[in-house]
Design a protein around this ligand. Structure first.
Ligand code: ZN
Length: 349
């Protein structure tokens, strides 16, 4: 791409784009070059993912790979950057909308977009050639997959999460520090955690998580160590923060014992299937807490209890039937990715 032109000149011939950041002692000429030679993978292009992609493009990270399974929706706009109302009206996939915006912000950045789910079958391929993964996902199944891939491929990654006004950031260096499973030995069970669709999320918390996560990622790309070891947690509204010091757990399933749950021939991944002849998709939850889920959903919509199942209708009108054996019927779609995405939003995957 030749870039934006002004008169007969391309933008590359104008003033030095990076002059202000090159003055920073930790960056300089060499650091800037290193960023331009770096490649990152952003898994999930929602709130944190879109912020990370925006920052990476602006500071000149050379190659950015974007993965996302969702379409831009109106309720994303308060906290997901670079998306516009037009993207909502055109029902654009987030990865593609973000790719196009990034190209117009910095035409010297190479950007690739993959529309779909990040899963055990394509994870390794999507990581090819990158030096760092940013977690922009909204679910722990994908985060634990990233954790396993990070260990297998010796790829550092940055875990980020935001809910309500609370944020978490954890830079993870495979085998050199604690991994996600050293912190959480088991995946939170489906239904156990609140989600942004049940308790809300504050845009300022997203920006802060992204700024910290991105800066830690850049430290790693520049060959520095992260500025903290463990989990950084804050509540931007009450202005409280702390670093939870963590150490590698020698008994950790992933980095201690070398066992993987999602990678490999016996890897597990929540199964999804279409329900024959209906506008319904059946999603199978992994570990599952039926009663806790029902109690939690009662607070954010209408719940009707049946025998071994209950029906849930969200305030937006999305309908689900949840069975005690872990099956969830998602109404109103035949699209696997949409069904998984709605499940992740209300039920947690
Ligand atoms: Zn570990």
């Amino acid at each position: 791409m030749s870039g934006v032109s002004q008169g007969h000149r391309s933008v590359k011939e104008l003033v030095d784009r990076y002059a202000r950041q090159r003055l920073l002692p930790f960056l300089g000429e060499e650091g800037q070059k290193r960023l331009e030679q770096s490649a990152i993978l952003v898994v999930g292009c929602g709130a944190t993912g879109s912020h990370i992609a925006s920052l990476a493009a602006r500071v000149g990270v050379g190659r950015i790979v974007l993965v996302d399974r969702d379409i831009v929706e109106l309720h994303n706009l308060p906290r997901q950057v670079l998306f516009e109302e037009e993207d909502v009206l055109r029902e654009r996939p987030k990865a593609l909308a973000l790719r196009d915006r990034i190209r117009s912000i910095n035409s010297s950045v190479e950007v690739e977009a993959y529309v779909g789910e990040f899963h055990p079958g394509n994870g390794e391929e999507l990581c090819r050639g990158v030096q760092l993964i940013f977690d922009g996902t909204d679910n722990f199944q994908t985060r634990f997959l990233i954790n396993e891939l990070g260990l297998k491929l010796r790829l550092p990654w940055v875990y980020m999460g935001v809910i309500s006004t609370v944020g978490h950031v954890m830079p993870i260096l495979p085998f050199k520090g604690p991994c996600l499973r050293c912190y959480l030995s088991e995946e939170p069970r489906a239904g156990e955690l609140e989600t942004c669709d049940t308790v809300g999320v504050w845009a300022g918390a997203v920006s802060l998580v992204s700024a910290i996560g991105f800066t830690e990622g850049v430290r790693i790309l520049l060959g520095d160590s992260p500025s903290f070891r463990g989990l950084f947690t804050f509540d931007i509204w009450s202005f409280q923060w702390r670093v939870l010091g963590l150490k590698r757990d020698r008994e950790c399933l992933n980095c201690g014992r070398g066992e993987y749950r999602y990678l490999g021939p016996r890897g597990s991944w929540a199964e999804v299937e279409r329900v024959c002849g209906e506008n319904v998709v059946c999603v199978r939850l992994g570990v599952f807490s039926y009663l806790e889920l029902m109690e939690r959903l009662k607070r954010c919509g209408e719940v009707k209890e049946g025998e071994y199942f209950f029906k849930f209708r969200s305030e937006e009108g999305r309908e689900f039937t949840i069975f005690s054996d872990g099956r969830v019927l998602v109404f109103g779609t035949q699209d696997f990715q949409k069904a998984r995405s709605w499940c992740a939003r209300y039920i947690g995957l």
